[in-house]
Design a protein. Structure first.
Length: 552
């Protein structure tokens, strides 16, 4: 047979394959969860446990939004995933093992789970060196795309949504990382902020501030590529608190519906997990009974075969016991969690969502997921005011404005209201008295500690407030020396007379230093003045609590 005839024969065979593929009738290796029936039609795998495992993968991804989160959920619940052998002596057997990341990606990327028959997604070419290059083609270049060719686990719309979610989750997809799954950091709007100047997705940067992580939303991709300054950078803590308050306002009218939906979802997850674990126990019991029947049929005198079958039976019995024990432990853990923790939390959500939102025990990851149920993305424009344009799920839009967050040094400054109050109190009180009054009113300076005379003195100096001494001097008060000269007495006598109420003094320090008010008719010191002063003070000034002895 000539080369030309071989070429024509091969082309005709290839054409027949393509024609069958275009009709959706080409038999190919079915993915896990599918099988061919007697009429060569693709149907769901007759093994119910395999079907439930595949469906649970899609449901878990729908809930977590991450392939890695799906794997983590399977590991936490102790669930297994099937894998079919296509070569070797055990060809066609199904092995059950731990779910891996590649298994999840294989299911999510395969359009056949959406009921679509596809053929020709890739093109293989050989180079001069003999290497094979695989090229992924766009959908319009596929040889066959037949919708509703067989039963589907998910709809085509959900498949497309899963592809978009996987592209957003990819760390190195395209020139910029887009919206990523909710992570453990405290940034509430991680992956949701869009720059209002260049339209790029803003990333998150964390720094240590006051004993915890504080987020910053940064648009720096264009600056990195063009060696320019960054587009926008804004502190994220105040924005997160502002958006949190908006979300509380949004969710209040529908709190009960959200609570019921969450409760139903939790029950559905537990029932699905219990059903799959029960199927695992049933499969282990079947294998143990099968091993028992094999052992019972063997000739007892054939010890070589009998010993091997007995060992296999013991192994299957041990596997059955371990599977049952693990299933019971997981069931007790799940039902305890739903009955004591999650059920109570859901009911509290229906009654008081703001308290649940502000609950410190709520993880950052859960709070982000709650926010993403309401918000599609947020466009941020930083100027004299911060403008936030919210695009909510369902198409609703809302534009909000807020004050710019304070810089780090600004958060340490004392509020202007407190500075004005200190300025007013300096007319009548010393530093220590002012600190006691402010502490009684539970006011705090910029750093948050309690007021002290040292802090009041620093505020007076920092904000150039007039000292109390200058205020009293401007009001005409006299020092102890000036008052002593005016009265022609010793300075100690001035202090004693002030203590007995004969003179009016005003303290300007916490050490007792005072300035004195001048009198039009001041007392005079004469022979026998001691008794006269007491008599005069009895009628004019209040009597001192105890007698103070001093020399005349």
């Amino acid at each position: 047979m000539s080369e030309a005839e071989l070429h024509i024969l091969r082309a005709r065979l290839q054409g027949g394959i393509l024609n069958k593929a275009r009709r959706g009738e080409l038999m190919m290796r079915p993915p896990i969860g599918y099988a061919y029936d007697a009429n060569a039609r693709m149907v769901f795998d007759p093994d119910g446990q395999i079907q439930q495992a595949v469906r649970l993968v899609f449901e878990t991804f729908r809930r977590t939004g991450s392939a890695l989160g799906t794997v983590r959920a399977f590991r936490q619940e102790g669930l297994l995933f099937p894998r079919r052998l296509y070569s070797g002596t055990r060809k066609g057997d199904v092995l059950w093992g731990k779910l891996e990341h590649c298994h999840v990606l294989r299911l999510l990327h395969n359009p056949r789970y959406a009921g679509v028959f596809i053929y020709g997604r890739t093109r293989c070419r050989k180079t001069i060196d003999g290497e094979t290059l695989v090229q992924h083609l766009p959908r319009e270049q596929w040889h066959a795309f037949v919708a509703d060719a067989h039963p589907a686990y998910i709809s085509w719309e959900e498949h497309e949504h899963n592809q978009r979610r996987l592209r957003e989750n990819a760390h190195a997809q395209g020139s910029e990382r887009e919206k990523s799954p909710a992570r453990e950091g405290p940034a509430l709007l991680q992956g949701l902020i869009v720059c209002g100047r260049c339209g790029r997705r803003m990333t998150v940067r964390y720094h240590w501030r006051r004993g915890g992580l504080a987020p910053d939303y940064v648009c720096q991709r264009k600056g990195i590529e063009n060696a320019e300054s960054i587009c926008q950078r804004v502190s994220g803590a105040e924005i997160d608190r502002f958006i949190g308050a908006v979300l509380i306002e949004f969710i209040n009218p529908i709190t009960l519906d959200v609570a019921l939906a969450v409760q139903q979802e939790l029950h559905a997850q537990l029932e699905e997990g219990d059903r799959l674990r029960g199927q695992q126990v049933e499969r282990a019991r079947y294998e143990a009974e099968l091993a028992q029947r094999r052992y019972m049929r063997v000739d007892p005198d054939n010890r070589l075969v009998a010993d091997s079958l007995e060992a296999d039976w013991n192994q299957k019995l041990k596997l059955l016991a371990d599977t049952q024990q693990e299933c019971e432990q997981l069931r007790e853990r799940d039902h305890k969690r739903i009955s004591e923790e999650q059920r109570q939390a859901v009911m509290q959500l229906a009654e008081d969502f703001p308290r649940v939102w502000r609950d410190s025990s709520l993880t950052h990851q859960d709070r982000k997921r709650m926010a993403r149920l309401l918000i599609e993305d947020i466009t941020l424009l930083y100027g004299d005011m911060i403008t936030l344009h919210l695009r909510c799920r369902g198409g609703a839009e809302k534009t909000l404005t807020m004050r710019k967050p304070q810089l780090s040094w600004e958060t340490w400054t004392t509020p202007t209201e407190i500075v004005a109050e200190v300025d007013r109190l300096l007319n009548h009180h010393t530093y220590g008295e002012i600190a006691e009054l402010l502490n009684e009113r539970e006011l705090r300076p910029g750093r948050g500690e309690r007021f002290s005379s040292r802090i009041i003195a620093r505020i007076q100096t920092r904000y150039s407030l007039r000292p109390r001494y200058d205020r009293l001097r401007q009001a005409g008060m006299l020092t102890v020396i000036e008052m002593a000269e005016r009265l022609s007495v010793n300075p100690k006598t001035v202090k004693v007379w002030c203590a007995h109420g004969l003179l009016k003094g005003f303290r300007y320090t916490d050490k007792g230093e005072s300035l004195y008010e001048p009198l039009d008719d001041p007392p005079r010191k004469q022979q026998g003045i001691k008794l006269q002063l007491r008599a005069a003070s009895t009628h004019i000034f209040p009597q001192p609590s105890k007698e103070v002895q001093y020399a005349t």
